[in-house]
Design a protein around this ligand. Structure first.
Ligand code: HEC
Length: 478
């Protein structure tokens, strides 16, 4: 470089200002400030799938020598360093078998995906490709104190977040041994429970395990109001029963969230004898389409027979959409833009309709409920009920929300300050009035515990279907 003279120095100064580097440094930017875009992370996911997943794993959990790229271990080793450190390390040494073979853009994109997977928020600007700019962004495992936000907005947010509803009274007693399984059967993981008009309880469990693939067991089980086993059906039909809905005709609707050739990725409608009345989706075809689902999570049926299906279980992958069908099963429309902005969806895990016909979508990844009208118009966001895995709304608009995933540490389920359990309140006002704590002593050690699926019978008895504990718990008023 030539020694600078007057004009050069001025130009250099202007360049630095234009690049925004100095401003970023002054403001002390961190990975919490929305330093990549959702679209970039999506591109990065493709890069990751092609160049990194074979060693670091689909879930970034690491395999063998290849370290995890998400979670506490990864974050604590990088916390305090800058994005330039992470970028340069990755670019010069990865992919391990052919380092520095991707473009700078591709490295920036893949790191955007890594940031997203670790729970850092997306923002309006893409992650930079220049090391000088990246050097101004610090990696911080913990969100810096909101009080440092000069605008005051952060202080307000902190005050609001200071009291997540973990302390509302628990007026319920739990019965973990209510259901009498038939001889030779043990309950598998379940996220699907419902009660019909006779008070019979229907449970879809994952064949004594967490998956029905290869099993000859009947996963859909009927119990009477006393918990006695009546019958079971569905062997060989379902791989991964996920969401259940019982309609006004006592038909049992189930989604199958997995697929293999010729099976899965469908929604089933059964009558109470176990006859398949109808299927939606195409068996074994996991894809976004008018007559296919990628990973159908949940189904609800309105009084007039209109069917809503929530599709997409994996963050940053495949659809995150609501699909609407008429009563005959004809595709009408779909909606859902992936992202974290109001009205966008990331993992629409559970659905419920209130008495006004508003559709409550439990967006688990975004730690919130998004409320839509039946044409997909976004109405409201509610975060006060926790990280929703399951939602039930009764005929009086009492809202029950099961949080099975909130965790303190960075990474999957990150939702500091929020405890798992069932929050109960009003679907009219949004007020939370009761809270049934999860009983898992060490929730942060795993991704799930407590109820994922939830249903409430006409007398106010709550049923919570649990994946980790492989049981369905019955809660009655004390
Ligand atoms: C052939 C296997 C392989 C592939 C492909 C691969 N990695 Fe790695 N990676 C490793 C191994 C092994 C380590 C641990 C050894 C080391 O630190 O160099 C590692 C370490 C890392 C680290 C450092 C982790 C830490 O906390 O110290 C990062 C970051 C990383 N890889 C990112 C990537 C990205 C991004 C890709 C894809 C563009 C990728 N790797 C592809 C094997 C691989």
């Amino acid at each position: 470089m030539r020694a600078s003279h007057g004009l050069g120095a001025a130009a250099a100064g202007m360049l630095a200002l234009a690049a925004g580097d100095l401003r970023a440094q002054d403001a002390g930017k961190t990975v919490w400030d929305g330093i990549y875009t959702a679209a970039q992370a999506e591109r990065g996911q493709a890069v990751y799938g092609q160049n990194c997943a074979n060693c670091h794993g689909q879930q970034l959990a690491g395999t063998g020598e290849a370290k995890p790229l998400a979670g506490p271990e990864f974050l604590s080793s990088w916390s305090g360093l800058t994005m330039a450190d992470l970028f340069d390390r990755t670019r010069t040494t990865m992919p391990m078998d052919r380092p520095a073979t991707l473009s700078r853009d591709a490295y920036a994109d893949v790191l955007a995906y890594v940031l997203k997977f670790n729970g850092f928020p997306a923002g309006g600007n893409e992650l930079a490709r220049r090391s000088e700019t990246l050097a101004t962004i610090r990696i911080e495992a913990q969100r810096p104190a909101a009080a440092a936000d000069a605008t005051g907005a952060g202080v307000l947010a902190a005050a609001h977040e200071a009291a997540p509803p973990n302390t509302e009274p628990n007026p319920y007693a739990a019965d973990t041994g209510f259901f009498k399984m038939p001889v030779g059967r043990t309950m598998g993981s379940s996220s699907a429970v419902g009660v019909d008009s006779r008070g019979h309880i229907w449970i879809a469990e994952r064949c004594g395990a967490n998956n029905c693939a290869g099993s000859t067991l009947d996963p859909v089980m009927e119990f009477d109001a006393k918990g006695n086993f009546i019958k079971a059906f569905g062997a060989g039909l379902l791989l991964f029963p996920h969401g259940m809905f019982i309609d006004a005709k006592d038909h049992i609707w189930l989604t199958d969230g997995h697929s293999e050739p010729g099976k899965g990725a469908q929604v089933f409608e059964f009558d109470s004898t176990g006859k398949v009345l109808r299927t939606l989706g195409t068996a074994g075809v996991s894809a976004e389409g008018p007559d296919t689902f990628a990973e159908p999570n949940a189904v609800v049926v309105a009084r007039d027979g209109t069917i809503f299906v929530a599709d997409g279980h994996t963050p940053a992958k495949g659809p995150a959409r609501i699909v609407k069908f008429d009563a005959t099963g004809k595709f009408l429309k779909q909606w859902g833009v992936r992202g974290a902005a109001p009205g966008q969806l990331e993992v629409p895990h559970t659905l419920a309709l209130d008495t006004r016909g508003r559709l409550f979508v439990g967006d688990r990844w975004n730690n919130r409920i998004s409320i839509f009208d039946q044409d997909g118009k976004f109405l409201e966001t509610w975060s006060q009920f926790g990280r929703p895995s399951g939602i039930y709304i009764d005929r009086n608009d009492v809202l029950y929300v099961a949080d099975s995933e909130s965790r303190e540490p960075q990474g999957y389920g990150y939702h500091p300050g929020w405890k798992r359990g069932i929050r109960i309140g009003s679907a009219k006002t949004g007020a939370v009035s009761a809270y049934i704590p999860d009983t898992e002593p060490n929730p942060d050690k795993g991704a799930t515990s407590g109820a994922e699926g939830i249903w409430v019978d006409g007398k106010g008895v709550i049923y919570g279907a649990q994946v980790l504990q492989k049981s369905v718990v019955r809660y009655t008023r004390k």
